[in-house]
Design a protein around this ligand. Structure first.
Ligand code: PRX
Length: 659
């Protein structure tokens, strides 16, 4: 591995094999800052996988009752960890800090309009207890499902923690999803309550969350008895008597003391719906103890979490990142968590950097799509602010292109901050492949090496490990880990099929392809299934196709991803209409109509960027849509594939927009 001088200009290093050693200023204060310390960690993990995790679980978690059994693999691929222990996650995030951190700031919040709020651990504890009691008053108890559809305000975290406190299972639905998407998630989980707000501020607008809730519930969601409504904007909303209750009214009769419910390690903490390659989104079910442990150890290893940090992860609580690295991990460690409600570009592209300056952010974690958008806006935005409080930068959600990595490193981190590129998934619960920043040199575009205790490999079609450097294959995890998903809510068969069947239950199959270089560094190459990654958001091509064909005018649709400089991938749809095909395969007005339609069915993030109309789709004689061919056409590549098996070869001209 060659190590290069970080003072080189971007241009000159673009053509080298780049590797960045941990910056010396960072290393001085890092918790793990020697090869020996890291080797000892890896050694202990490889000596005995179970003992390694058991001792960490005892060290990091405050148990109500200690566990006797570390791992139960008798019903593989269903695994149970620490399963006869009892604990409460909210207790671990709040109560245990009251002795020595009661007055420490737990949350600093800034709204899009600049309003700032601070909550100490003592205040957060009481707020969580009160809302937990309000849930109980409304008949919500252990095991009940509660859907959250909230803006990024402290109450979102308070509501999640309150559910955890009483053992209710939360399912957060991203506020950008439509009423229809919300409805299907509420119904799948058979939620007893919904927690929402009269709106949230984003992009200078009010997001009408309550109105979407009402629409979702107008024709279904029979399981919902109560809708809690936070007053955030004061916007005019409808309140349904007997069902809807304002948050501030609900907590009035509630005490601010609520003893935690002691729960089994395997009690489901939450469901989180995510897209797969087939059918409707799946409710990924996570555990309590194993999940909590994952968030804690990775916060320490990857973010080098320290008591003095002011930590900001920009992810919304609607995604897994907003669960593990906003609502749980940082609080379990008693850190100061910063939350921001709005868009990165309000009032201008300097907002994130101003927030970093104003709140003295030390650790900053965001997505490559945000980095690319802010890079495009120009250096004058970050240059206008003092970013000297930053000591560590993180990236998540999609591969980060070296150009964006180098900009992040140079312009934001001033070459003083290590960049941790973290590979993981909703299913893995916490980081799986990521650098330990005080020791491991980073390479732009690589998430580096698997963390201790994570047995990761790249395998070929037959499941044999690929030892040869730089040869791509399936990314798999060979041993169970405490923070892995437990099942898919209500569809265990799909759990077994999606993640385990490919290699006969031997490995967890991530759905990504990857290669490992000569230094053992991992490079994620993309999905192997029909899942797209648009701005770091996961979307199933089938979901978008179903949304399109639900429109009266559409007979058939095929959706593929196309590389996009800003969003990573962009959605490209081929549509066959019931009526006549527009001349040249383009109809701007209809495209706008279908884009709005998909927004309404799923959410604006699922809108196709481009739609091309054809008389039919390229299919093999057995009727399979030739997606690889469509992907090549969408990307403007020359077609090298054999197209002789096409039912209608002449359609190629239309699909390429030549007719
Ligand atoms: O394809 C990988 C990509 O995002 C997928 C997981 O998406 P989701 O469950 O929504 O979770 C996103 C946040 C953890 C993965 O299968 N992905 C995630 N992080 C990276 C990544 N691809 C490359 N590099 C990453 N750091």
């Amino acid at each position: 591995m060659t190590t290069i001088d970080t003072k080189n200009t971007i241009d000159s290093i673009l053509h080298e094999e780049r590797s960045f050693p941990p910056p010396s200023e960072f290393v001085k204060h890092a918790s793990i800052n020697s090869t020996q310390a890291l080797d000892a960690l890896y050694q202990s993990a490889s000596n005995n996988h179970e003992t390694f995790w058991a001792s960490l679980a005892r060290k990091e978690i405050d148990w109500h009752r200690d566990f006797n059994n570390t791992l139960d693999a008798s019903n593989a691929p269903h695994y149970r960890w620490f399963y006869d222990g009892t604990l409460n996650i909210s207790y671990n995030c709040l109560d245990r800090h009251l002795a020595d951190r009661a007055d420490k700031t737990a949350i600093i919040f800034e709204g899009e309009r600049g309003d700032v709020q601070r909550l100490s651990y003592q205040e957060l504890y009481h707020a969580v207890c009160r809302f937990a009691n309000a849930l109980k008053i409304h008949g919500i108890g252990c095991g009940d499902r509660v859907v959250l559809y909230m803006p990024m305000v402290p109450e979102a975290v308070i509501a999640m923690q309150a559910c955890a406190r009483i053992g209710a299972i939360h399912s957060v639905v991203f506020g950008g999803f439509s009423a229809a998407a919300l409805k299907s998630r509420i119904e799948d989980a058979a939620a007893k309550a919904v927690i929402t707000a009269d709106g949230g501020y984003r992009g200078g607008k009010i997001i009408a969350l309550k109105a979407a809730c009402d629409e979702a519930m107008a024709e279904g969601c029979a399981s919902v008895d109560t809708v809690f409504v936070l007053k955030r904007t004061g916007a005019d909303i409808a309140m349904k008597a007997g069902r809807d209750v304002y948050w501030h009214d609900a907590i009035k009769p509630a005490s601010d003391d609520c003893p935690p419910e002691w729960l089994n390690s395997e009690h489901p903490l939450f469901l989180l719906y995510t897209s797969g390659s087939t059918g409707a989104p799946k409710g990924i079910q996570h555990s309590s103890a194993g999940y909590l442990l994952g968030t804690i150890v990775t916060m320490k290893w990857v973010f080098d979490a320290q008591d003095s940090d002011i930590y900001w992860c920009t992810a919304d609580v609607g995604w897994i990142t907003g669960h593990s690295y906003v609502a749980y991990g940082p609080l379990a460690l008693g850190m100061t968590l910063f939350m921001y409600e709005g868009a990165p570009t309000v009032p201008d592209a300097g907002r994130f950097w101003k927030l970093c300056q104003d709140h003295n952010i030390t650790v900053f974690y965001t997505a490559p799509t945000a980095i690319r958008a802010l890079m495009k806006a120009g250096d004058n935005f970050p240059d206008a602010y003092d970013l000297s409080s930053l000591r560590l930068l993180g990236s998540v959600g999609e591969p980060i292109n070296p150009e964006a990595w180098l900009w992040y490193h140079r312009v934001i981190g001033k070459q003083r901050c290590p960049i941790v590129d973290t590979w993981w998934q909703t299913e893995t619960g916490a980081h799986v492949i990521a650098p330990i920043p005080g020791v491991i040199a980073t390479k732009p575009g690589s998430c580096t090496r698997p963390l201790p205790g994570m047995d990761v490999a790249v395998v070929d079609e037959k499941g044999n490990e690929i030892k040869q450097a730089n040869q791509g294959g399936y990314l798999v995890i060979k041993k169970p880990w405490p923070f892995m998903l437990r099942t898919i809510w209500g569809d265990d068969k799909r759990y077994c099929e999606t993640y385990w069947q490919r290699f006969n239950n031997k490995y967890y199959v991530a759905g990504d392809s990857a290669r490992r270089d000569e230094d053992g560094y991992y490079w994620i190459m993309g999905r192997i299934d029909d899942v797209l990654n648009v701005s770091g958001h996961r979307l199933g091509t089938m979901e978008i196709e179903s949304a399109l064909v639900a429109n009266d005018k559409v007979a058939e649709a095929a959706v593929v991803g196309r590389p996009d400089a800003l969003t990573g991938e962009a959605i490209f749809a081929y549509v066959v209409l019931k009526g006549e095909r527009p001349a040249g395969g383009i109809d701007k007005a209809l495209t706008t109509e279908l884009q709005q339609w998909v927004s309404k069915q799923i959410g604006p993030i699922a809108k196709p960027k481009e739609i091309r109309y054809a008389d039919n789709l390229p299919k093999t004689r057995s009727g399979k849509i030739m997606r690889r061919l469509l992907r090549a056409i969408a990307s403007g590549e020359t077609i090298t594939q054999d197209t002789s098996t096409l039912e209608n070869e002449a359609i190629l001209e239309q699909l390429q927009g030549k007719q």
